[in-house]
Design a protein around this ligand. Structure first.
Ligand SMILES: [Zn+2]
Length: 260
């Protein structure tokens, strides 16, 4: 089990929390010795400063979505629980809250936040037997009061249906993930533009953002994956759902296959 997950479960046990949506996060932070303030932070989303007497968590008051604020606060509580005084300041931007990075304190804080906001057993229960798609991701985000993006990563890790993730910034693919043992191979486009026929490309080329009810778009297997000689694109049903953040010029593409 990851260090972040262990720390989150320990915190929940000690505070007697089963369902994190039934308990205000700021009270948890307060109970663990931090003071929370909200103020504009420019490019940062959150920050924790370990002082001699007091620990202060600051959340950027310009964050529009309460669900995102919640994720940032949970991330800072992760630093509070796991990284006290080392270093004295964590300054969190969209980059440190980015889930694809691995093997450092930021990953640990993200794993912590993910487990605290969406405990594995509860999350699996909510996914069970439900068809994968944008509606499910949105309803999970509502259920757990957290951001759509954090739900997408969580679903990737422990959801019922295999999905692949592609993260594109400024029209360049930065990272991608496929489940272990996934039967298809991804065409590596790291540092390149997303495929011409992808939904991500429609945003970068034409600023196209689909309305909610059309956010599940059919694509070809060959859009993101290797299509072998004897395979026919028409034999596959792949879809792409893009979570677009225009303010950061980022797209998180969720790609999955529907099997009858
Ligand atoms: Zn951090």
């Amino acid at each position: 089990m990851s260090k972040g997950k262990i720390a989150a479960q320990k915190l929940m046990n000690e505070c007697g929390i089963d369902d994190p949506t039934e308990f205000p996060l700021d009270l948890i932070a307060f109970g663990r010795g931090a003071t929370i303030i909200e103020k504009p932070l420019g490019n940062s989303e959150g920050r924790i400063v370990f002082g001699k007497k007091k620990t202060i968590i600051t959340i950027n008051s310009d964050i529009h979505y309460p669900s995102k604020k919640r994720f940032v606060l949970a991330h800072e509580i992760g630093h509070l629980e796991m990284h006290r005084n080392q270093p004295l300041i964590h300054n969190d931007t969209d980059a440190t809250l980015e889930y694809f990075k691995s093997g450092n304190q930021e990953t640990e804080a993200n794993e912590f936040a993910s487990e605290l906001l969406m405990p594995e057993s509860l999350f699996k229960k909510e996914c069970k037997g439900k068809k994968f798609g944008p509606d499910l991701i949105r309803s999970l985000a509502e259920r757990f009061q957290t951001s759509i993006t954090s739900v997408a990563y969580r679903y990737f890790e422990i959801g019922d249906h295999p999905i692949c993730l592609f993260y594109t910034l400024n029209n360049k693919v930065q990272y991608w993930k496929r489940p272990d043992n996934y039967p298809y191979f991804i065409i590596d486009r790291t540092k390149l533009a997303p495929p011409d026929d992808s939904v991500a490309a429609e945003f970068f080329d034409k600023q196209k953002i689909y309305p909610k009810e059309q956010s599940k778009q059919q694509i070809w297997k060959s859009t993101w994956f290797v299509l072998h000689d004897r395979e026919n694109d028409n034999d596959f049903k792949f879809y792409e759902y893009c979570i677009i953040t225009p303010a950061y010029n980022t797209v998180l593409s969720i790609v999955w296959e529907e099997i009858k």
